[in-house]
Write a protein that binds this ligand. Structure first.
Ligand SMILES: [Zn+2]
Length: 166
């Protein structure tokens, strides 16, 4: 499948954060009117619908369905995100740097279980999830639901590079 994460239209770009907020249930910036606009856009934009479903899947897999639905966990994440987003520029930088660290370790070592990536990069919580979300949605990494105990991430950039580099 062709990935078009980098050539995303600017009309869609402005909904990026809204989609993650909506999926995570974060109301810090997602006002009722923004949510309404998002839902209208989702209704007619297949690309954003794809992002939306990817995010839901990532979130459920990364956090665990039961964990992600617990009110105490939701409240904790909401507080973290509010703190995080009080400085959007710093947040963007932190997510970018987290995404870089995750991608680098995957390129260096190949497919890895999520818990091990977290352990070795020292990344945790919201920046980690958000970074992985962006890597997966940008087509740089695939999230593999394992039939054993651990889900893993596999880098895609290497394959793409090899395929296009020949
Ligand atoms: Zn869109």
């Amino acid at each position: 499948m062709k990935k078009t994460g980098k050539s995303k239209k600017s009309a869609c770009k402005k909904f990026e954060m809204d989609i993650t907020d909506y999926v995570l249930g974060d109301r810090t910036f997602l006002t009722k009117s923004k949510e309404k606009k998002l839902l209208v856009h989702l209704g007619k934009c297949l690309r954003c619908q794809k992002d939306f479903w990817s995010w839901r899947k990532i979130w459920a897999v990364m956090v665990g369905k039961h964990q992600s639905e617990r009110p105490a966990f939701k409240a904790k994440m909401a507080a973290l995100m509010a703190q995080f987003k009080s400085n959007p520029m710093a947040a963007k930088k932190e997510i970018g740097s987290a995404a870089g660290q995750v991608y680098d370790i995957l390129i260096a070592r190949g497919e890895m279980p999520v818990y091990l990536i977290r352990k070795e990069t020292g990344l945790r919580g919201y920046p980690f999830y958000e970074a992985v979300g962006h890597l997966v949605m940008g087509g740089k990494v695939t999230l593999n639901k394992s039939n054993g105990s651990y889900d893993s991430l596999r880098p895609q950039g290497v394959n793409e590079h090899l395929q296009t580099g020949i």
